[in-house]
Design a protein around this ligand. Structure first.
Ligand code: NAP
Length: 311
């Protein structure tokens, strides 16, 4: 068994250039969020039905890029007090800088790695002390932070299974548990970003699927427990928005592939062969620009009584 390890864990492998930067024409533009001006007149959105929103505080995790980044801006545009958890705020990542550049009292970036209990607890305290009345709690939590990977079961190391679960599943559970006292007091809501792969198994995606199936199970159990307490628990199950976010890039796929091949047990390498392996990686690379680039509708729910939102 090979024990070669890359020094950089999966979560640190290169992502796509942040999606809020338009690389083609070299300009910076804001996209992937629906501001109030993009909502057709006369169409009531869920956020519109919440009145007033001014003092309603939310935390969104994973706001450095992708859905989290766009959602933080969208919720801010709707008038919420938004705490945007950024994995790399301390390192001055472009995503948190872009959010900070709005210079709004209602959009505050916070350093947050959902795998680190001490960072989660620090954010709980920061939000608690920022609330107008902490006794009344906090209105919402969106567990969005996530990473993805691919590979057949035989190609996937235990380390990889654990690493993806640490962010997607245990990060969601950890953050939820820490914020529940505040959310309960407000009879607020928890929104977990799952995936269509949280319902549907797929070959070569087991390390991701099992975490999202776990998020679905956790959300369903929590919903039963919280229903009598007036707390709403929803899941959002996006389909393919790979082109719109930083989940995959050709560089990330190549880095994962190199690490995976280096770590494969000799018997697996020999039985499957490099040709088969390379074909799988090539297929994966074709997904990089696939899927919808418009995430606007993700954040505009028209049926507030629903608990599962599929896009
Ligand atoms: N894009 C899709 O097609 C799709 C489909 C279904 C579900 N989803 C789900 O949607 C969610 C958002 O993903 P995305 O597509 O928007 O991809 P993304 O652009 O890569 O966003 C994920 C964010 O989570 C952050 N993150 C990673 N590890 C973290 C950690 N330990 N603590 C806190 N934040 C962390 C990432 O930070 P860095 O950028 O600094 O690494 C990134 O900002 C994920 O849960 C994903 O599974 C996406």
């Amino acid at each position: 068994m090979l024990t070669v390890r890359l020094s950089r864990p999966l979560s640190k492998l290169p992502g796509k250039t942040p999606s809020f930067s338009d690389r083609e024409n070299g300009t910076r533009r804001t996209l992937l969020f629906s501001s109030s001006s993009s909502v057709p007149v006369g169409r009531r959105t869920y956020a519109d039905t919440v009145n007033p929103v001014g003092s309603k505080a939310l935390l969104v995790t994973g706001c450095d890029s992708g859905f989290g980044f766009s959602l933080a801006k969208h919720l801010h545009s709707k008038g919420f007090l938004v705490f945007a958890g950024c994995l790399l705020k301390d390192k001055g990542d472009a995503g948190s800088k872009e959010l900070d550049s709005l210079k709004s009292d209602r959009l505050r970036t916070v350093q947050l790695n959902v795998c680190k209990s001490e960072e989660v607890e620090k954010v709980v305290e920061l939000i608690r002390s920022s609330l107008e009345d902490p006794e009344k709690g906090m209105w919402g939590l969106v567990n969005n932070a996530g990473i993805s990977t691919f590979g057949e079961v035989e190609f996937t190391s235990m380390e990889t299974y654990k690493e993806v679960a640490e962010v997607n599943l245990w990060g969601t559970v950890r953050t939820t548990k820490s914020f529940l006292p505040l959310i309960r007091r407000a009879k607020g809501r928890i929104v977990n970003i799952s995936s269509m792969l949280g319902r549907m198994a797929n070959p070569a995606r087991s390390p991701y699927c099992i975490t999202k199936f776990g998020v679905e199970a956790f959300s369903d159990c929590l919903r039963y427990e919280m229903h009598p307490l007036g707390v709403k628990v929803c899941v959002v199950e996006p389909g393919n928005f790979i082109a719109a976010t930083s989940l995959y890039s050709p560089e990330r796929i190549q880095a994962i592939a190199t690490k995976m091949w280096d770590e494969l047990p000799e018997v697996v390498r020999k039985d499957y062969g490099k040709k088969y392996f390379d074909e799988k990686i090539a297929t994966m690379e074709t997904y990089c620009n696939s899927g919808s680039t418009d995430t606007t509708h993700l954040w505009i729910a028209h049926r507030p009584r629903k608990t599962h939102y599929q896009y």
